[in-house]
Structure formats: structure tokens, C-alpha cells
Ligand binder design. Structure first.
Ligand code: SAH
Length: 228
């Protein structure tokens, strides 16, 4: 074969190239489209998204779309990660529950934005890989567990913020029960094909919901989600 030898370096080409792609992603796909929270922009400028996908997909990691991560699941589009992170309104002191760890990319962004992240993934193979990626990057404020996340994480409740990155037919009751007073829950609610990003707040024990934008996620499968 002609040309440069194939690189066997697991990190791929020099990270400065990925840093440039990240910068382009933040400017073009996020800041350019109304993501204004400076902490969210900073976190996404920092987290090496290419390390959360298969080596063969690394060169597409900063594209404006979701990518497959195995098991029929996807890493969300960067813009979707940004908008959900922004809707959570994190200041840094919150304890966050995430449902649907997947690749662990959104988990890493949350770990940059707050003090403690508990993340639940239903598929053990994805949870194991995400845990290894997050550990490899040095995150020490993240806990990943394999379970049906529609039950929440009772031992760690209450949570100041909860993020669900899979499509739910309704608001899972345990998640609202585990939301702290004044807390925010962000999740896609709808049918299997399209959903509305929904913000649920707990005010005086009452549920207040606001509809944000339209979105398309893989299904939340579990007791309070879709049947397997
Ligand atoms: N934020 C992730 C998105 C992964 S896709 C990323 O960017 O990589 C959604 C994930 O939710 C999938 O990995 C799927 O297995 C998981 N999931 C679906 N139902 C679940 C449930 N009840 N509990 C926990 N995880 C679930």
C-alpha cells in the first residue's frame, strides 16, 4: 500500500486535530444554533468525543449526527447533548442522575458540569465500556450501574437533576419521586418515532412540565418505559 503507514495508536491522529474539530463543532453546531450556557460550551470543547465511539468511526465523531455504538444504540448528536445539558441549568453543586449511559459521552459532559453523576445503563456491555472510557479519562465523580433506570437509583436519591437520554412513553413515576424539591428532570416524551424534549420541575411537591423542542431518541425500555 502506498502512503503513510496505518497508525496503530489507539488515540488516532494527533489530538490537536480532534481539538480543532471540537472547536468547529462548538462554534458551528452549538454556539451558532443558540446554545448559550458558557459552561456547557466549555465542557463540550473539552470532552474528547472521538474516544467514545469505535475506532472506525472516530473521524466522524464531531459530525452533526448521532452514531452507532453497538447493540442497536446510538451516541446522541452533539447538539442534542448540548441542549439537554443546558436545560438542566447546572451550576456545579448538583447531584445528577442520568438514565441511558450508552457510550458515556453525555455522562462525561455532565461530570464536567457538576460534582457527582450517577448513571444507569440497561445493557451490561455498554455500561462496562462506558465505565472503562470514563475511568481512562480520569473521571472520579461518576458512578455507572447496570440496571433498569426507570426505577431511578433509590439508594442515591434524591437528585437535584435527572436526565433521561432515551424516549419515554410517559414520565416514569419513580424518577419524579426521586427528584429533589426545586429539581429539574429533562426527558424525551412521546411515541417510538418522535418525542418532545420535556422539562419537569418539582415545585412545592407539585409537578410542573414545560415542552421544549422535538427530538428522536432510541426507546427507554423497562418497567416504566417501553416493553422489551
Ligand atoms: N447519552 C448516550 C445515549 C445513549 S442511547 C450517549 O450519548 O451515548 C440511550 C441508551 O439508553 C442506550 O444505551 C440504551 O441501552 C439505554 N436504555 C434504554 N432503556 C434503559 C433503561 N430502562 N435503563 C437504563 N438505560 C436504558
Amino acid at each position: 500500500m502506498l502512503g503513510a503507514p496505518l497508525s496503530r495508536d489507539p488515540v488516532g491522529p494527533p489530538s490537536s486535530r480532534y481539538a480543532r474539530e471540537r472547536e468547529r463543532m462548538v462554534e458551528g453546531q452549538l454556539a451558532g444554533r443558540g446554545i448559550t450556557d458558557p459552561r456547557v460550551l466549555e465542557a463540550m470543547r473539552k470532552v474528547p468525543r472521538h474516544l467514545f465511539v469505535d475506532e472506525a468511526l472516530r473521524d466522524r465523531a464531531y459530525g452533526d449526527y448521532p452514531l452507532p455504538i453497538g447493540e442497536g444504540q446510538t451516541i446522541s448528536q452533539p447538539y442534542m447533548v448540548a441542549i439537554m445539558s443546558q436545560l438542566l441549568r447546572l451550576t456545579g453543586s448538583e447531584k445528577v442522575l442520568e438514565i441511558g449511559t450508552g457510550s458515556g459521552y453525555q455522562t462525561a459532559v455532565l461530570a464536567e458540569l457538576t460534582r457527582r453523576v450517577c448513571s444507569v445503563e440497561r445493557l451490561a456491555s455498554l455500561a462496562t465500556r462506558a465505565r472503562a472510557t470514563l475511568e481512562g479519562l480520569g473521571y472520579t465523580n461518576v458512578w455507572v450501574r447496570t440496571a433498569d433506570g426507570t426505577f431511578g437509583w433509590l439508594d442515591e436519591a434524591p437528585f437535584d437533576r435527572i436526565l433521561v437520554s432515551a424516549a419515554s412513553p410517559s414520565i416514569p413515576a419513580p424518577l419524579f419521586e426521586q427528584l429533589a424539591e426545586g429539581g429539574r428532570l429533562v426527558l424525551p416524551v412521546g411515541d417510538a418515532f418522535s418525542q418532545t424534549l420535556t422539562v419537569v420541575e418539582r415545585v412545592g411537591g407539585e409537578m410542573r412540565t414545560t415542552a421544549d423542542s422535538g427530538c428522536v431518541f432510541v426507546k427507554l425500555i423497562g418497567k416504566y418505559g417501553w416493553e422489551a
